[in-house]
Design a protein around this ligand. Structure first.
Ligand SMILES: NC(=O)c1ccc[n+]([C@@H]2O[C@H](COP(=O)([O-])OP(=O)(O)OC[C@H]3O[C@@H](n4cnc5c(N)ncnc54)[C@H](OP(=O)(O)O)[C@@H]3O)[C@@H](O)[C@H]2O)c1
Length: 273
């Protein structure tokens, strides 16, 4: 559990200058927390800075290793406080493996890099930075923004579901690995929202979920993060889908299966050459 709203946390939100990320930034900011957002569009970053005094907006493409490293270096140069990392940035594209457009070439890389590899690398960099700066014992939170589509296949954007499903499994595994540490691992399942996420798609329910719903989802999500809730279902639509499709976990069986797969001694020795 990571403290109350009056603790004055420092929170980094990827993709925090647009859509749900921006709505979350507003909630953290108005509650008195120090907010850092990153994204690729400079005008959106400058608008967020102008709207929220004290907010720090850093241009960074989370899919690029150099940008991720520069982002952490910039935060460290600032004095180094960072309590919460919200992995929110994502994209979704239409794919159809019966269609010439999809079959013509590899259009998967950026979606996999942004939605799957980047949040994993952001988590690693955060954990590495905590260790290097002697902050391992400080309470901290890593948040992964998922989607109900991580739990079932959507045909229109099946790669998006696959990337989020992979991230969901990573989230569960990371939470197990970090359970004896000061780091809380949180997963959020928002509903369909009328943001800029889906230019290729027409999504039922999305249009009805305008700014008020986005703000409500952001509000519930930020409250859940600050309360240290590991699973945040910030809207009834998302809760219904999650509860219908999420795999029920048998922790006793899971512990037993995990007991049967061990890391071989020496697995983490530096490879020769
Ligand atoms: N909208 C929905 O219906 C819905 C439903 C369930 C879950 N979600 C999840 O909610 C989260 C937020 O989505 P949203 O609806 O707010 O989408 P959005 O309006 O498209 O916002 C996404 C944000 O991420 C940023 N971003 C994208 N690629 C990036 C990159 N490579 N590096 C840094 N920033 C990047 C974008 O800014 P730039 O383009 O300027 O970089 C934008 O600010 C996502 O994880 C999404 O999967 C959304």
């Amino acid at each position: 559990m990571n403290g109350s709203a009056t603790d004055g946390k420092t929170v980094l939100i990827t993709g925090g200058a647009g859509g749900l990320g921006l709505a979350m930034a507003r909630r953290f900011h108005s509650a008195g927390h120090h907010v850092i957002v990153c994204g690729r569009t400079v005008t959106a970053l400058r608008e967020a800075e102008a709207e929220m005094p004290g907010l720090r907006a850093i241009r960074a493409d989370v899919a690029k290793a150099t940008d991720r490293a520069a982002l952490f270096a910039e935060i460290a140069a600032d004095g180094g406080a960072l309590d919460i990392v919200v992995n929110n940035a994502a994209i979704t594209r239409a794919h159809d493996y019966t269609d010439d457009f999809t079959l013509a070439g590899d259009r998967t890389r950026d979606e996999m890099e942004i939605n799957f590899a980047a949040p994993i690398e952001m988590a690693r960099l955060f954990l590495a930075w905590r260790r290097q700066s002697g902050r391992d014992a400080d309470p901290a939170t890593v948040v992964f923004v998922s989607t109900p589509g991580a739990l079932f296949p959507l045909e229109a954007n099946t790669l998006y579901c696959a990337t989020k499903a992979g991230l969901h499994m990573f989230t569960l595994g990371l939470r197990r690995q970090l359970r004896a540490t000061a780091v809380t691992v949180i997963e959020v399942f928002p509903p369909a929202l009328d943001t800029n996420l889906t230019p290729d798609l027409v999504v039922a329910n999305q249009a009805a979920n305008g700014d008020e719903v986005i703000d409500g989802v952001a509000s519930a999500t930020v409250a859940g993060i600050l309360a240290g809730e590991e699973l945040i279902l910030p809207h009834p639509d998302a809760a219904q889908l999650h509860n219908r499709f999420a795999m029920p976990f048998d922790d006793v069986l899971l512990d037993r299966i995990n007991g049967g797969v061990a890391r071989r001694p020496g697995w983490n020795a530096t490879p020769a050459g």
